[in-house]
Design a protein around this ligand. Structure first.
Ligand SMILES: *Cc1c(COP(=O)(O)O)cnc(C)c1O
Length: 378
């Protein structure tokens, strides 16, 4: 089946009681048992819930993995993944990975004896150089936030395999509509479903998909033991969001292209970060790996004072963190999402005071462009 068909049907079933076409919200903590040891496979809802299972099966299918597990947030999914490993294990991680991921690794997991090296994973040699005998997994985020640096997944997957380590890709920005890391050789995919997957900015959640069915038992053991499950209502909301993922992404992307085109020749900005722009250094990789450029567009104005003035003028774009919802958002990475990154590292990465990031929504493009135009006219 095609992606849009799977998005709507994979893992879904009509309710056996009523025939309801949509999987119901099984808002229950426990299940009646017919007799001792005689139940329908459901005992307690931390362990298993039908609404959550419908979401997990759906996302496993979309990511072309064998199994999926849904968690209370993207961070909870990443934490569950890391619980598969042990003290003494080493990991190579994309530099400028999501701030919450860095915080989890650097501030919590290092206390449990795990070690991490953060390297530019777009540079194969840098990744090679960081591998150690105890490197158990490479953790890649592509594209990154907010500068959209790409990593060649197939290349890193081959390297990981050769070295005998696993590969996980945070696929939050690209979505399985455009990028399926497991097909490129990754062992795990994680998502913050909070972003494009749910797409309506009304739920926080995460998913961990594994390539091999042999991961099912160990991951379910962690999900059930640590208990950071996604609730039935959020599972249902996320499922509802997924049904329109393909059409939403098409619109997000065409709006993103139009916004980037508008900005590219605008003398009021200094530079643009967008995988489809003329001088984006990895445009070829964007074409081959994603076949699209997404809908995150970052650009730089003169300095932070000018950025502040511009940000105050937006009327349709809302000043907020997060991304991937139907509504257009604007944020200032240096002050908002990346404030915890030390100033000199930020500047080195390119997250400067004049940098503004747009998450382009699916509103009418004329309204978005005129809003951006008037905001820049300060
Ligand atoms: C938001 C985000 C996360 C964390 O997800 P939460 O749902 O906020 O916990 C992880 N990775 C990326 C790339 C994200 O954008």
């Amino acid at each position: 089946m095609g992606f849009a068909t799977d998005a709507i049907h994979a893992g879904q079933w009509a309710d056996p009681l009523s025939g309801a076409v949509m999987v119901p919200i099984y808002q229950t903590s426990t299940y009646k048992q017919e007799g001792l040891g005689n139940h329908k496979g459901y005992e307690y809802a931390r362990t298993k819930n039908p609404t959550r299972t419908a979401l997990e099966d759906n996302l496993a299918a979309l990511e072309k993995g064998a199994v999926g597990f849904a968690f209370a947030s993207g961070m909870a999914a990443i934490n569950a993944l890391m619980s598969l490993f042990s003290s003494g294990d080493h990991f190579v991680v994309t530099a400028n990975t999501y701030g919450g991921t860095f915080r989890l690794f650097d501030k919590i997991l290092t206390r449990f004896g795990m070690t991490f090296d953060y390297v530019d994973t777009s540079n194969l040699e840098a990744v090679k150089g960081a591998l150690k005998s105890n490197t158990k997994m490479i953790f890649v985020e592509t594209p990154t936030n907010p500068l959209l640096t790409l990593t060649d997944i197939a290349q890193i997957a081959a390297l990981a395999k050769q070295h005998g380590s696993l590969l996980c890709v945070d696929n939050t920005f690209a979505t399985p509509y455009r990028q399926r890391p497991i097909e490129l050789g990754a062992d795990f995919v994680v998502h913050s479903t909070t972003k494009y997957i749910n797409g309506h900015s009304d739920s926080v959640g995460g998913i961990l998909v594994a390539r091999e069915a042999s991961w099912s038992e160990p991951i379910h053991f962690i999900q059930n033991s640590a208990g950071a499950i996604l609730g039935p209502m959020d599972s249902w909301l996320t499922l509802r969001g997924i049904k329109t993922l393909a059409v939403r992404m098409d619109r997000h992307e065409s709006n993103g292209r139009a916004i980037a085109q508008f900005l590219e020749d605008d003398s009021r900005i200094d530079r643009i970060y967008y995988p489809g722009s003329r001088d984006f250094p990895q445009r070829e990789l964007a074409d081959s790996q994603m076949g699209s450029y997404g809908a995150i567009v970052s650009f730089v104005v003169k300095d932070i004072d000018r950025a502040k003035l511009v940000l105050e003028r937006f009327r349709v774009f809302t000043l907020a963190e997060s991304l991937g919802g139907v509504e257009s958002l604007v944020c200032h990475p240096a002050v908002m999402t990346h404030a915890s990154v030390p100033f000199d590292i930020r500047e080195k990465l390119g997250i400067v005071g004049g940098l503004i990031r747009l998450s382009v929504g699916i509103e009418d493009i004329d309204d978005l462009i005129s809003d951006l135009d008037q905001a820049l006219s300060v």
